[in-house]
Design a protein around this ligand. Structure first.
Ligand code: NAP
Ligand code: SF4
Length: 677
């Protein structure tokens, strides 16, 4: 059965009148860092051209500022700057002339990291660095002209269209809500006045580019902001920008400072598309929907429900540039699925690092991490089938090496087999599915339930042995650590030991938080049920109050366990969690009543409980269970044995360095090593 039969809607073209999109999947805009001229446009060109070859119908670039005060990266305001963009548009059209490339014009308004930043009113965003300069009439006119100039230059550079971002707390959206727009002139007050600037941007842009050019407007269909846009305002704005000349309306569900997760892995797949569907019923132009749509079957369901005309997948195109092509060829089980962890994409973006992807470290590094065919194929043994071993084995096999993957357990996956059991992390199973399938496709010899030893590996005569034996949980030297009430995090997560009603968790890293989530969880995982998710985060899809949020602190179901999460450091707990997701984990646990205690000295464990000293004062937590989540130690005895026996061996993942080990680092390191081998 062809892709067209399996996904008839996804693979149907969309006629825009003056041009046609070849299918319904687009790569949504992401700020990757590649837009910065200092990285050279060739790197960005290769990144997008790979995605064009991978089958998407349309690509929207990362945000390009129209002027200096817009912030965000390298601006486009002169013909010389436009000339450089030609490298990108030419590469994409050469890869596939039917793929459209649309440049996002991003004016970050009060979020621009420059003292020149502007906004309708001088109100500093909670996450902004500066109080923005209030735009006067002349300033508004300048911004409008700069948008129009930028769009015209994008057209001259060979783009097929532009996207104007009117959401997320960036300039246009700050005009739309009273909270950030307190003007008393014709740009403030009534909604008609507040939408004047965004609508005028669209009108000027259309005027500048003429009729046969795609103009997308990203609208905050639900901005998640208390006091945000009301539903009738969203519809009014949608109709006004339609009249002003947009080709496509793209729905967005975000305001960067709103305390509601909208793309993290705990958000159910396609959670927000129903809102796009409601807006689609009101407008005449095609609509794009987005957020947590990571597999072709999910996209097809969204289209079947009539929620949208087009589906945006942004991060899934980092994880797998060939996603659409694989769907077309019936190879869905070979898709390396985005697990919505944010660890190498958004967490990098928000800390000023180049974006990449945890499950695909080649993302944004396409020009330097080239997995070329090995000149001399070798026989390689990889010992340990956790994330590091799996990624090494797959990359090496893709390069033509003959790989044998040896695992002492009964299944592949290592620490990912723990992660996928945590409510909200169900997506991790997709990565395991991908690796299991790639082992078959690439003909990797998999030996499960097999403990490798140096002598045996040497006797088999492998050209090289890669040791990815991982870690063992650290056992802190605390009196009573062998008491029956002490449980390791592995046993707790795998459900091998009974967990009592009163629990102390020693260690508050990623795993301490995961364990706290698991043992306080009750009912269905919010990631699997939109209604549960909406209840947990105070979203009201039915009545759509302002911003879509109720403003009442949500009540979160809990197992009823009394849990204390602790660490020795005096810092706030959860500081090592992901930049863009850490706050969600802290919020959920706080709502479930989990106590978080720092600056703890562990004195001992006995029948009474866990004895600690905090701020010089001795205390006893009378608990039934103490779960140890105190980090890991590397397992590298095999490596030492191999070296002693003169075998060509290398170390990857947790076995190499267990401290603050994470899958991102393990997969990245293993992939790079396999590319260099
Ligand atoms: P971790 O992040 O290194 O945390 C270890 C915890 O154990 C710390 O809270 C540490 O705090 C404590 N600890 C260390 N040595 C100790 C000792 N001798 N006695 C008592 N406590 C000790 O390790 P992890 O939680 O096991 O996570 C492993 C990796 O997986 C990390 O890189 C983590 O980021 C990653 N991960 C991430 C997520 C996520 O949500 N992004 C989820 C799971 C895992 P004190 O030293 O202050 O006591
Ligand atoms: Fe998706 Fe995580 Fe990769 Fe980002 S880092 S694209 S969220 S899998």
């Amino acid at each position: 059965m062809s892709g067209a039969d399996r996904y008839p809607l996804m693979f149907s073209p969309l006629d825009l009148g003056f041009t046609k999109l070849k299918n319904r999947i687009l790569m949504g805009s992401m700020h990757t860092g590649l837009e910065d001229v200092k990285n050279g446009f060739e790197r960005q060109a290769k990144f997008f051209a790979d995605r064009a070859r991978g089958g998407v119908g349309m690509i929207i670039t990362g945000g390009i500022p129209p002027n200096e005060e817009a912030g965000g990266g390298s601006k486009l305001s002169t013909p010389e700057e436009a000339e450089q963009h030609r490298i990108v548009t030419t590469a994409v059209h050469a890869a596939d002339p039917d793929v459209k490339i649309v440049m996002q014009i991003l004016h970050t308004g009060p979020l621009a990291g420059t003292p020149k930043c502007v906004a309708p009113s001088p109100i500093r965003s909670r996450i902004g660095r500066y109080v923005p300069n209030e735009l006067d009439a002349e300033g508004i006119e300048k911004q409008l002209n700069d948008f129009a100039t930028c769009a015209a230059l994008a057209k001259s550079a060979g783009y097929d269209g532009v996207e104007i971002i009117g959401s997320a707390g960036y300039l246009l959206s700050t005009f739309l809500v009273e909270r950030t727009n307190q003007r008393t002139d014709e740009y403030g007050g009534s909604f008609e006045n507040r939408m004047r600037f965004p609508v005028e941007v669209v009108r000027r842009v259309r005027e500048a580019v003429g009729p046969d050019f795609i103009v997308v407007f990203r609208i905050a269909a639900m901005d998640m902001l208390e006091g945000g846009m009301a539903w009738d305002e969203v519809v009014t704005l949608g109709k006004a920008i339609e009249t002003a000349g947009v080709t496509i309306v793209s729905t967005h569900f975000c305001w960067h400072e709103a305390p509601v997760p909208t793309i993290a892995t705990m958000v159910p797949r396609a959670a927000f598309t129903q809102v796009t569907g409601r807006l689609r019923a009101e407008l005449g132009v095609p609509l794009i929907t987005s957020n947590r749509i990571n597999m072709p079957a999910v996209a097809e369901q969204v289209l079947e429900r009539g929620d949208a005309d087009l589906v945006s997948m942004a991060r899934p195109m980092l994880a797998d540039p060939d996603l659409v092509k694989k769907a077309w060829e019936g190879r869905e089980d070979e898709i390396n699925t985005c697990i919505a962890c944010n660890q190498a994409c958004l967490d990098h973006t928000f800390t000023g690092k180049m974006t990449s992807c945890l499950v695909n470290p080649r993302a944004c590094y396409e020009t330097e991490l080239v997995a070329s065919t090995a000149e001399t194929p070798q026989r390689v043994a990889v010992v340990g089938a956790g994330p590091a071993g799996l990624s090494y084995a797959v990359t090496a096999a893709q390069r033509g090496h003959k790989v044998t993957l040896i695992e002492s357990g009964s299944e592949v996956g290592g620490q990912f087999n723990l992660a996928k059991r945590i409510p909200g992390k169900e997506e991790f199973e997709e990565t395991l599915r991908y690796y299991r399938r790639m082992i078959q496709v690439l003909g990797i010899e998999l030996r499960l339930n097999t403990r490798a030893d140096a002598a045996g590996l040497k006797a088999e005569g492998f050209d090289q042995v890669v040791v990815a034996t991982g870690i063992s949980p650290r056992t802190p030297s605390v009196p009573g650590i062998d008491h029956p009430k002490v449980v390791s995090y592995i046993d707790a997560i795998m459900g091998r030991r009974e967990i009592g009603q009163r629990v102390a968790i020693m260690g508050a890293g990623g795993i301490g938080f995961d364990v706290a989530e698991l043992i306080t969880h009750a009912g269905v995982s919010a990631a699997l049920d939109v209604n549960v998710f909406a209840k947990e985060w105070g979203i009201d899809f039915k009545n759509h109050p302002r911003g879509g949020v109720t403003g009442v602190t949500p009540v979160v179901e809990s197992s009823g366990r009394e849990v204390t999460l602790m660490q020795r450091k005096a810092d706030a707990l959860g500081k090592t969690l992901g930049r863009t997701t850490g706050w969600t984990h802290r919020a959920v646990l706080q709502r479930r009543g989990v106590r978080m205690v720092g600056g703890v000295e562990y004195l001992g464990i006995d029948d009474q409980g866990l004895h600690v000293r905090i701020g010089g004062e001795d205390r006893t937590f009378e608990v039934d269970t103490v779960i140890v989540c105190a980090g890991q130690e590397p397992l590298r005895a095999l490596y030492d044995d191999l070296i002693a026996q003169g075998v060509n061996a290398s170390l990857v993942g947790g076995a190499f360095e267990a401290m603050e080990l994470d899958a991102k680092r393990a997969i990245d390191q293993a992939t790079r090593l396999a590319i260099a081998a």
